[in-house]
Design a protein around this ligand. Structure first.
Ligand code: SF4
Length: 326
């Protein structure tokens, strides 16, 4: 029932039972274990969890940007074709043009030795059949679109002459220049202060609505996700543990991990605090995954069976969650 509405639309991306394992001579570490998620056309889907939960590995697995020692199984259906079966050449033609990635640190993604304009023109000419003059005009237009003041002058400047927030706007311009249908934004605002964070989120949402783009928005910040997404997945130690509409996740969370994430959001009004218990300790290493429910070592409500039996995803309240509690 909760999937109706948002998921009545066309699925651009359908990830099915994704498992990603990093294999070395000494050991194998499974960072993503059985993840399934769907991203409909023109919708913003959130993936939230602590560092080490496997969110970024999920993003890199979808993009096919894993190191050689990683093994990926399951299906990643993009408009019906399974990306895991495509050649590198075919995958490269989809990356950027159809599916693009924005990372947390824009300075690491921009080339410090080329001007911002140069990088935009190169990207535009790589993805579209246009002359240098046309690409230059489009680049300046894009800088305007991402609200960079004085774009004609900024076009000739280097990344170090931009603030971090402005660099992230340039990264958004670079991504938008490729006109992707799906944008995977991996903690795009994590390195920015709160005001700039809000401006960047607003900009991303504006562009998403204007271009009818789909977004997979990855963050550790459940508040940010709930405010900006149409559907939310909660991830813990390689598993999806709860999914649903933001209102259900935020106002009636079923899984103790989701409840703990909400508890961790600062609320200026103490009367609004829901009755939840704080999360204890650190997320275990994927090299040492607890048996049964992976969350049982930190769960304030754990039952005996949680130590041995793996809970399955089932509908409870208005969301779908994996927990043995009635
Ligand atoms: Fe906690 Fe058990 Fe539910 Fe896991 S299954 S979240 S340990 S109550």
């Amino acid at each position: 029932m909760i999937l109706e509405g948002i998921f009545n639309t066309i699925h651009m991306l359908h990830v099915n039972d994704l498992q990603t394992t990093f294999i070395s001579k000494k050991e194998s570490v499974t960072a993503v274990d059985g993840v399934s998620l769907r991203i409909p056309k023109g919708k913003v889907v959130g993936l939230v969890g602590e560092s080490g939960s496997g969110k970024s590995v999920t993003a890199y697995s979808i993009m096919g940007l894993l190191p050689a020692h990683a093994k990926r199984t399951g299906e990643i259906l993009w408009k019906g074709q399974d990306l895991t079966t495509l050649s590198d050449k075919k995958l490269q033609s989809i990356r950027g043009k159809e599916i693009a990635l924005i990372l947390q640190n824009p300075l690491a993604a921009l080339n410090p030795v080329f001007t911002v304009g140069n990088q935009l023109v190169e990207t535009i000419m790589l993805h579209h059949q246009v002359s240098k003059e046309e690409a230059t005009a489009r680049a300046i237009e894009l800088l305007k679109r991402v609200q960079i003041p004085d774009p004609e002058k900024r076009f000739y400047q280097y990344p170090h002459e931009f603030s971090l927030g402005m660099c992230q706007r340039v990264m958004i311009a670079l991504t938008v220049s490729m006109m992707p249908e799906l944008l995977i934004a991996d903690e795009p605002t994590a390195s920015l202060d709160v005001t700039v964070q809000a401006q960047i989120m607003l900009l991303l949402k504006e562009i998403q609505a204007q271009d009818n783009m789909s977004i997979l928005f990855i963050s550790h910040d459940l508040g940010l996700i709930a405010q900006n997404c149409d559907y939310v997945y909660i991830m813990y130690l390689g598993h999806i543990v709860e999914e649903g509409a933001p209102s259900a996740i935020f106002h009636n969370p079923q899984h103790p991990y989701t409840q703990a994430l909400i508890h961790a959001i600062p609320d200026p009004n103490p009367d609004n605090k829901m009755e939840t218990l704080p999360i204890q300790g650190d997320i275990p290493s994927p090299m040492n995954i607890p048996k049964g429910c992976r969350f049982h070592t930190r769960c304030p409500k754990a039952l005996d069976r949680c130590k041995t039996d793996v809970p399955i995803m089932q509908k409870k309240g208005d969301s779908i969650s994996a927990c043995w509690l009635e």
